[in-house]
Structures are given as structure tokens and as C-alpha cells.
Write a protein that binds this ligand. Structure first.
Ligand SMILES: Nc1nc2c(ncn2[C@@H]2O[C@H](COP(=O)(O)OP(=O)(O)OP(=O)(O)O)[C@@H](O)[C@H]2O)c(=O)[nH]1
Ligand SMILES: [Mg+2]
Length: 358
């Protein structure tokens, strides 16, 4: 699972990236169009895994993770032919960072979150126009050469181009399943799910519900069916290296019970339809990422292809059942351990032991 961090220049993308992944990438540098993207991993916080680690005292603790790709800011008017955006064509979703703070030394103008977000989206649409134009050109060429297969593709590209040229994102275009297959490898940016990260300063964060910029971006997100979360990127980056107790104290001052980043990570996970099943024992407690609806053998394949191939059945107990019982032995005695077959659809928080034979 991979998320791309996008936004206008200097709005705090790399600051957020550092806080998410524990990296130390340079900030405030105005990366410029030629700069390489930052790529790093964030762990998905999971209280269930913490409970299991307490129970088993395992040698290894293996939470699920998400990859983040942080690219240079995209300025107004540079979406077309933008090489920076090539680096995020294949991500699953976008984290769109929007400035909801004022800082006269960095930005002469006060924050205007809605207008900024719309500006950036338009650049993504312009970048997509270029991709579709190329596609159309190719389809027309094949069609002209007599390959009728490309008739539908060229018509669809024409309609999509008209849609994009109206300033509308590709996600609101009525694609058929066949169209989606055709465009799959193109990686259209404006079809990707968006999570707006409203980047606030500490004062803004302390009362974000009443922050005018946060409200503006929330309204836009609601119109678009996108997710929105308040983050204080600079603050989160600052507390990253503190002792946990100190960080906790600073968070409490802002009325935060959880790091904004943890919520961002969890929201991304849910938005994309991901769930975790767990394996647990004295060697390793491990969260494995699957999409909702995955059946047991396919899930087993996440661990090892042999387990999928030789799948016999799965012994499953729901985490909440185990927790309520206190111990594995109790859960077994109460009959909460189930034996499930090939057709079983995995649920979030299932603790599983796969039986297999190869
Ligand atoms: N006051 C304030 N400053 C911030 C905040 N977030 C980032 N900054 C500052 O803004 C500057 C730019 O931050 P970056 O994280 O490098 O921004 P960016 O979006 O990655 O910038 P580009 O990659 O150049 O587009 C740095 O000096 C940060 O310290 C914030 O929440 N509040
Ligand atoms: Mg940056």
C-alpha cells in the first residue's frame, strides 16, 4: 500500500513525511522539479497487536506498514508536463497537504485552504489531460490503420478529455469496467482517492473545529466525498524525538489524545478498504494487510505461497473474543476457536493459525 504526498510548494509536505516515517529529509528547501522523491515507511498503529505483544512477549513485533512518497511541491501552472508527478502515478491514494497556517516570513499571503486545494487539483487534472491526449493519439493511429478495436478507446478518450478540460477530475467520469482496464496502467491522478491533511500550527490545532481554514477544507472535502484530517506537521515533527512522557505532555496541552499522524495512517488504511489479520505466538506478533473480502487461502498466501497452495483449513479466533477471555486456553474452552475452510472470508482482527500441507 502506497500513498503519495502532494501539495503546493512549501505547505509542509516533507515536514509531514518526516513525522510519518521518522525520517530526516530536508525541509524548507524548496525541492524544485528535478529533486528525487522521498520514499519511506510508516507503521500502522494497532492496539490489538500491542495487547498480543504484552501476552506473548514475542521476539519480534511486526505491525502493518504503509509506504509514503513525498514529492516536490507543484506550483500553479506547472501540472502539464510535470515530471515530479510521474513519481506518484502508481500510488493507491493521495494525501493532499493544504496550508491552514499563516507564516508571513514563508508566505506573503494569508492561508486560503479552499483556493489552494482547488488550484492543486486543477494541476493534477492538467497532468491527466496530457496522459489522455497521448492515449488518444495512439488509439486514433491504430484505428486509422484499420484496427477497429480502438474505436471505443478513442471515443472514450475524447469524452474523458472533454470532461477534464471542463476542470472536472477523472473520478467523476462515468467509466465502464472496460474503460478502467484500458486506463489502468496510465495512473490517472485525478481518479485517486484523496485524504486532505489540513496542516495547522499549534494554535490552530488546539481549536481546529473553529479554525476557518480547517472548516473551508472540510466543506470542500465533503462536497467531493474525500476524507479530511487536521494535522500539525511541524509540531508532530518537533515531538518526534522527545521522550514519550514529554511528547505526551505537549500533546495534552493541545488537547490531543492521539498523534494526528496515527489517525491519518489509520484513516488511509480504512479508506482504501484494507483490514488486518493477525498471527501471534512467542516468536512474532504480526499484522498482515489484506483487502476486505479476501478469502482464507489468499490471505494465507500473504505469509507464504506454500501455505496458500497447501491450504487445509484455518483456526480462527476473533481478537475481541480472545481479549474478553483473557487467555487462549479460556477462548478454546469456550469454543471460540473456529475451524474455517477455503470459502471463509477473513475479518479484521482475526487471529489465525493456518494448517497446510505441501
Ligand atoms: N509555522 C509553520 N511552519 C511550517 C509548518 N509545516 C511546515 N512549516 C515550515 O514550512 C517550511 C516548508 O516545509 P516543508 O515541509 O519543507 O514543505 P514542503 O511542502 O515539503 O515544500 P516543497 O517540498 O518545497 O514543496 C519549513 O520551513 C517548515 O518548517 C506548520 O505547520 N507551521
Ligand atoms: Mg518537500
Amino acid at each position: 500500500m502506497k500513498l503519495g504526498i502532494v501539495g503546493l510548494p512549501g505547505v509542509g509536505k516533507t515536514t509531514l513525511y518526516n513525522a510519518l516515517t521518522g525520517s530526516k529529509a530536508e525541509t524548507g528547501g524548496y525541492m524544485g522539479a528535478s529533486a528525487k522523491p522521498n520514499i519511506g515507511q510508516a507503521k500502522v498503529p494497532d492496539e490489538r497487536l500491542d495487547w498480543l505483544a504484552e501476552y506473548y512477549k514475542p521476539k519480534k513485533y511486526s505491525p502493518a506498514s504503509i509506504d509514503f512518497v513525498d514529492v516536490a511541491g507543484v506550483s500553479k501552472g506547472t501540472g502539464r508536463g510535470n515530471s515530479v508527478l510521474q513519481n506518484i502515478r502508481q500510488v493507491d491514494a493521495l494525501v493532499h497537504v493544504v496550508r491552514c497556517f499563516d507564516n508571513a516570513s514563508l508566505f506573503p499571503d494569508p492561508a486560503d485552504a479552499r483556493s489552494d486545494a482547488e488550484t492543486l487539483e486543477l494541476e493534477l487534472i492538467l497532468a491527466d489531460i496530457e496522459v489522455v491526449e497521448r492515449r488518444l493519439e495512439k488509439a486514433r493511429k491504430y484505428l486509422k490503420a484499420g484496427d477497429k478495436k480502438y474505436k471505443h478507446e478513442s471515443e472514450m478518450c475524447e469524452a474523458l478529455l472533454a470532461h477534464l478540460s471542463d476542470g472536472k477530475p477523472a473520478r467523476s467520469f462515468a467509466f465502464t469496467d472496460e474503460d478502467k482496464d484500458i486506463l489502468q496502467d496510465g495512473g490517472l491522478l485525478s481518479t485517486k482517492p484523496v485524504i486532505y491533511a489540513a496542516n495547522l500550527d499549534e494554535d490552530g490545532m488546539a481549536d481546529y473545529r473553529n479554525n476557518a481554514q480547517f472548516r473551508a477544507i472540510s466543506a470542500l472535502a465533503e462536497e467531493q466525498g474525500a476524507a479530511v484530517l487536521p494535522v500539525a506537521a511541524k509540531f508532530e515533527e518537533d515531538i518526534m524525538d522527545m521522550e514519550p512522557e514529554d511528547a505526551q505532555m505537549f500533546m495534552e496541552e493541545l488537547g490531543l489524545t492521539e498523534r494526528g499522524l496515527d489517525r491519518l495512517i489509520k484513516t488511509s488504511y480504512e479508506l482504501l478498504g484494507y483490514i488486518s489479520f493477525l498471527t501471534a505466538g512467542p516468536d512474532d506478533v504480526h499484522a498482515w494487510t489484506i483487502t476486505r473480502g479476501t478469502k482464507a487461502p489468499r490471505a494465507a498466501g500473504k505469509i507464504h505461497s506454500d501455505i496458500e497452495r497447501g491450504f487445509i483449513r484455518a483456526e480462527v479466533v476473533a481478537f475481541e473474543d480472545l481479549k474478553a477471555c483473557g487467555t487462549m486456553a479460556n477462548a478454546k474452552a469456550k469454543g471460540l476457536f473456529r475451524s474455517e475452510g477455503k470459502e471463509y472470508v477473513m475479518k479484521d482482527g482475526d487471529i489465525v493459525n493456518f494448517l497446510f500441507n505441501v
